[in-house]
Every structure is written in structure tokens, then in C-alpha cells.
Design a protein around this ligand. Structure first.
Ligand code: ADP
Ligand code: MG
Length: 382
């Protein structure tokens, strides 16, 4: 409510009157890492941290938008040549352009927005921003005729074409489709998805952000992809989605040890996502947690995308008796995601902060998250 009030009064001061209020969420991924480009599964959910915007058509051909958090204002037209300079505004411009390119309608509007998704922490504040505006413009100008998957693609294309980020579909998908108390298993080959209940009464999800980033270049990512592609080719299949451990072992002597361990991780990770789905259906959070630790080990030892700081946080989680813990995201820095019993939470957070600080000289950031709804209308114009 605080966020909404702030946006509401800022809109009134800046533009007069009121618009319609929309929001969309950041996301976590419980399990299923480095699986998207192998045709496998990811398992994200939207969180209770959002970007919220108040928007009103202004009857012109211009968009006028104010970012409360950055305290910056942008004004731009809707033609390709009108791209704003500010990088935050390009996310909104991109969404407008991608809707127009698909034959949808966008007219000028006034908007004020703010959020509480931490920027650049791995919770996808950019997807929350894109999804919020894509959902809003669909509602305001297109009678909700653009289907939700296309809204996610509009966000993804915005990153590709206007922000220089060559991302997959998971973040925008999760932000658009998120549902309270549910995670979604997305099949990155068929794009089919299914909701699974996630509402542990005696556990919480908490992210520990190491605030380190070791690899800025794309090269390790590309190398991992190349390993996976080589093994798939050797197996005569399109992606490792169709591989089994037996198939891999049968070609072990024909491939490098490095490629073997990369492919082994991908195959095991696919099976782990399926195991977690079953465990959630059974309400068995101990198994979910065990799979998370296995994923961490696989990412660290076989896929080799961890780093000292994240392995350290994972060790602290184990020592504190945390149910499950693993790197979240591509690796080489960023967050661990932790499934923690309620009565351990305060102790774990305290210990992780203290021990990390002693060793690395700065405190990690801590974000508790609740699995919540994705893109939605918050309130009609007053
Ligand atoms: P993330 O992992 O959080 O998605 P990105 O670098 O992809 O990190 O996106 C962050 C960018 O999204 C910011 O630099 C900014 O341009 C935009 N952004 C996200 N949240 C906000 C916000 N609350 N206000 C203004 N811009 C935002
Ligand atoms: Mg992003």
C-alpha cells in the first residue's frame, strides 16, 4: 500500500488526476539451471517484490514517464527513431515498439512508476518492468487481445532489441504468469507449462546476495553451451533434453572429460526438476531441499560455474541445518536461494551475514521472498 500511495501522489502532483495502477513481479528460480538452452525445464515463480506503475492515456503521440526510484523523467514518441537515451526508459519504449511491431495499438500516455525489486540482484527487475508495462498497455489499448505468452515475448524482445541483453524467456514468463503459492515448470522445448503448489507453512525462501560478480564476459557461458552442443551432436540428438545417463556413459571414451561432466550435470538437473515436482505434489520439502543441494554441487563441481563466495555461503547453509541451498542464476557470483525452516531463519541469516563479512569484508544482502502473483491490475483510475 505504501508503494501505491507514493505512486498515486506523485502521479497527481506531476500530471494531475489519476490513472490506472498495474504491477508485475520479480522472480526466483527454485531449480533447473543451465537447462533452458538444452531444451530442458526451468522452475520459476513470481515473488512479492514488484514494479508498480500508474498510467493514463494522454491523447497525444507522446509517452511521458517519471521514474520515482531513479528520480528521472523521459519523454519520447512511438516511432523507431524516438528511442530515449536513458536506459531505464528504453525498457518502456521497447515494450511499446514490440507491441506496435506485432500489429497492436499503443497511443501516448503518462506514467509514474516505482518498485521494490532490487536492481541487478538476480531477481529480474527488468522483466518486472517490461511485464508491468506490457500488461498495462494490453489492457489499456488492446482490450487484452494479446495473449499472455506474447506479453512475455514482448518483454524478451525488448531486452534483445532495445537493451542489448540476449536473454531467454524464463524471467518474463514468470513475471507474467506468476501465481500466488505456485511455481511453474516451464518446458523450454515445447513452451508448455504447469503450476505446482508451493506453500510451505514451516519454511521460508531467503536469498543471500554475495554482491560479487566474477565473470563479466559471456565466454564461460558460451563455452558451457558449446560443450553441451558437442555432446548432443555426438549422441545424434538435437539437445541434451533427450539424453540419458546411460547414453552419455556409452560415449564417455569418445568425448573429453570436461564435456562429459558438463553433460552429466545437465542430464541430472533435468531429472532433479522432475523429482522436485513430485516432491512438491507430495508436500515433501525435505526432498526439495536435498535436490537444491545436489544442484549446487553439480553447478560447482561438474558444471564449474560457482565461485568461492557462493560455495562458502552454501557451506554455511549446510552447517546451519538449512533444508536446501544453491546458487541461483548463471553462476560466478550473485545469490544463493535457500529453503529454511522458520525457526532457523533468524539464526541462519545472522550467521551468514557475520561469517561472510569476516571472510570477504562486506555483508551480503538478504531478501526474504514469498511466492506471489505476476502481472495484474491493482486499481482502476479514481
Ligand atoms: P535485473 O537482474 O534486476 O533484471 P538488469 O540489469 O537486467 O537487472 O535490469 C536492471 C535495470 O532495469 C535497471 O538498470 C533499470 O534500467 C531498470 N529498472 C529496474 N527496476 C527499476 C526501477 N525500480 N526504476 C527504474 N528502473 C528500473
Ligand atoms: Mg534483467
Amino acid at each position: 500500500m505504501e508503494l501505491q500511495n507514493k505512486i498515486d501522489s506523485t502521479f497527481e502532483n506531476r500530471f494531475g488526476g489519476h490513472g490506472t495502477v498495474y504491477a508485475s513481479a520479480g522472480r526466483i528460480n527454485l531449480i533447473g539451471e543451465h537447462t533452458d538452452y538444452n531444451g530442458g525445464f526451468v522452475f520459476p515463480g513470481a515473488i512479492d517484490k514488484v514494479i508498480m506503475a500508474e498510467i493514463r492515456a494522454n491523447g497525444t503521440e507522446k509517452v511521458r514517464v517519471y521514474s520515482i526510484d531513479i528520480d528521472d523523467y523521459a519523454e519520447f514518441g512511438l516511432n523507431e527513431a524516438d528511442a530515449p537515451e536513458q536506459s531505464w526508459a528504453r525498457y518502456i519504449f521497447g515494450v511499446c515498439r514490440e507491441i506496435l511491431k506485432r500489429g497492436g495499438k499503443v497511443e501516448g500516455f503518462d506514467a509514474v512508476f516505482a518498485g521494490n525489486v532490487p536492481l541487478g540482484a538476480g531477481l529480474s527487475s527488468s522483466a518486472a518492468l517490461e511485464s508491468c508495462f506490457a500488461f498495462a498497455l494490453n489492457d489499456m489499448f488492446n482490450d487484452n487481445s494479446i495473449d499472455k505468452f506474447e506479453l512475455a515475448r514482448i518483454g524478451q524482445s525488448t531486452e534483445h532489441n532495445y537493451c542489448g541483453v540476449n536473454c531467454g524467456i524464463m524471467d518474463q514468463f514468470a513475471s507474467v504468469f506468476g501465481k500466488q503459492d505456485h511455481l511453474m515448470r516451464l518446458d523450454c522445448r515445447s513452451m508448455e507449462f504447469e503450476y505446482f503448489p508451493f506453500n510451505p507453512s514451516d519454511h521460508k525462501l531467503v536469498l543471500i546476495d554475495s554482491r560479487v560478480k566474477h565473470e563479466l564476459a559471456d565466454s564461460p557461458y558460451n563455452k558451457r553451451r558449446a560443450s553441451c552442443e558437442r555432446v548432443a551432436k555426438r549422441l545424434g540428438i538435437e539437445t541434451l533434453r533427450d539424453a540419458t545417463k546411460e547414453m552419455l556413459d556409452a560415449v564417455k571414451t569418445d568425448i573429453t572429460a570436461e564435456d562429459y561432466f558438463r553433460a552429466k550435470f545437465v542430464i541430472e538437473e533435468k531429472d532433479r526438476v522432475l523429482a522436485v515436482c513430485q516432491a512438491l505434489t507430495d508436500g515433501d520439502y525435505e526432498t526439495v531441499g536435498r535436490c537444491m543441494y545436489e544442484t549446487h554441487d553439480g553447478l560447482s563441481k561438474d558444471y564449474e560455474v560457482s565461485c568461492e563466495e557462493l560455495d562458502f555461503l552454501n557451506d554455511v547453509a549446510r552447517e546451519c541445518g538449512v533444508t536446501g541451498s544453491r546458487i541461483m542464476g548463471g553462476g560466478f557470483g550473485g545469490c544463493t536461494i535457500n529453503l529454511v525452516k522458520n525457526d532457523l531463519l533468524a539464526d541462519f541469516v545472522e550467521t551468514a551475514k557475520k561469517r561472510f563479512n569476516e571472510k570477504y569484508g562486506h555483508e551480503p544482502k538478504v531478501y526474504e521472498v514469498i511466492i506471489s502473483d505476476g502481472a495484474r491490475k491493482i486499481a482502476d483510475a479514481k
